[in-house]
Design a protein around this ligand. Structure first.
Ligand code: AMP
Length: 249
C-alpha cells in the first residue's frame, strides 16, 4: 500500500511571532521554520504503518518555497521513501493547496493520504476536508487511532466529549490529531541517508493547476498586550478589588 503524506513548512511552534509593522502579515525574516507539528504526527503514523508491514511506500509532498526542501528532508530522515516539492512562492489558500494535492493523488494513486488536522500558522483546518471533496475519497478527520484492515481503514476520531470510530473504504483520507502518536526524532545516520533519497520538484503549471486565490488577507493584528497582574495581601483585599475595581462580583 502506498501512503501519501502532506507536510507544511511553518514558523516553529516555539517562536514568538511578530506582526509586520504594516499589519500585512507575520514577519518571517530570520525566523526558525519547521514541519507543522500535526504533519510530523502524519509522517510518524505512515512510518509506523510501514514498520508494521501494512504500507510498502511513503511519499511525502509539500507545496511551498525552495526552502521547504528542508522539511521534506526531515520527513525522509524520519522514514519516508521519496519526496515531491511543488514549488510556489505565493501564499496559497487551502483550496489551491487541496487542488495541487489532488493532482499529486491522481499521479501517485495512493491508498491512504495522511494530512495534519491543521497547520499552526493559519489554523485553517480545511485542506484535508477539501481534498476529500475533490477526490471523492472517504475521510476520517481528527484521528486518534488508525488501523488498516483489508480494504478498509478504521479511524477513531476525536469529537466533542468523546470518540467516534468510523470505517472508511480505501482509498481514504485521514487527518491527524494530537493523541494519534508521539513522533520520533530523526537519528543522525538517517539524516545522512535522507540526503540521498529522491526528491522531485514540480510546479503548479506542470500539474495543470491554477492557484489564483479567492481570498485576500486584509489585516493581521497581534493580540492586545495584557496588563501586569498585582499581588494582594489578604482575601479581604482580593474581594474588595474584585468588587470595586474589576466589578465582577
Ligand atoms: P490547513 O487546512 O491549512 O490547516 O492544513 C491542514 C493540513 O493540510 C496540514 O497539516 C498539511 O498536512 C496540509 N497542508 C496545508 N498546507 C500545505 C502545504 N502548503 N503543503 C503541503 N501540505 C499542506
Amino acid at each position: 500500500m502506498k501512503i501519501l503524506v502532506a507536510v507544511k513548512r511553518v514558523v516553529d511552534y516555539n517562536v514568538k511571532v511578530r506582526v509586520k509593522a504594516d499589519n500585512s502579515g507575520v514577519d518571517l525574516a530570520n525566523v526558525k521554520m519547521s514541519m507543522n507539528p500535526f504533519c510530523e504526527i502524519a509522517v510518524e503514523e505512515a512510518v509506523r504503518l510501514k514498520e508494521k508491514g501494512v504500507a510498502s511506500e511513503i511519499v511525502v509532498v509539500t507545496i511551498g518555497p525552495t526552502a521547504a526542501q528542508e522539511q521534506l528532508r526531515t520527513a525522509l530522515a524520519l522514514g519516508a521513501d521519496r519526496a515531491v516539492l511543488i514549488e510556489s512562492g505565493e501564499e496559497l489558500n487551502s483550496l489551491a493547496v487541496a487542488k495541487l494535492l489532488k493532482a499529486v493523488v491522481d499521479k501517485e494513486q495512493p491508498q491512504l493520504v495522511i494530512l495534519g488536522k491543521q497547520a499552526i500558522d493559519s489554523d485553517n483546518n480545511q485542506t484535508g476536508q477539501m481534498l476529500g471533496a475533490l477526490t471523492g475519497y472517504a475521510q476520517g478527520t481528527f484521528a486518534s487511532k488508525v488501523e488498516v484492515e483489508g480494504d478498509k481503514v478504521k479511524v477513531a476520531r476525536e469529537i466533542d466529549g468523546g470518540s467516534q470510530t468510523v470505517a472508511l473504504n480505501l482509498p481514504a483520507i485521514v487527518t491527524t490529531d494530537l493523541r494519534l502518536n508521539e513522533p520520533r526524532y530523526a537519528s543522525l545516520p538517517n539524516i545522512m541517508k535522507a540526503k540521498k533519497k529522491p526528491l522531485e520538484t514540480l510546479t503548479p503549471d506542470a500539474l495543470g493547476v491554477t492557484t489564483t486565490s479567492t481570498l485576500k488577507t486584509l489585516k493581521v493584528e497581534a493580540p492586545a498586550a495584557r496588563s501586569a497582574g498585582v499581588k494582594v495581601k489578604s482575601v479581604a483585599e482580593l474581594v474588595e478589588k474584585l468588587k470595586n475595581e474589576a466589578k465582577v462580583i
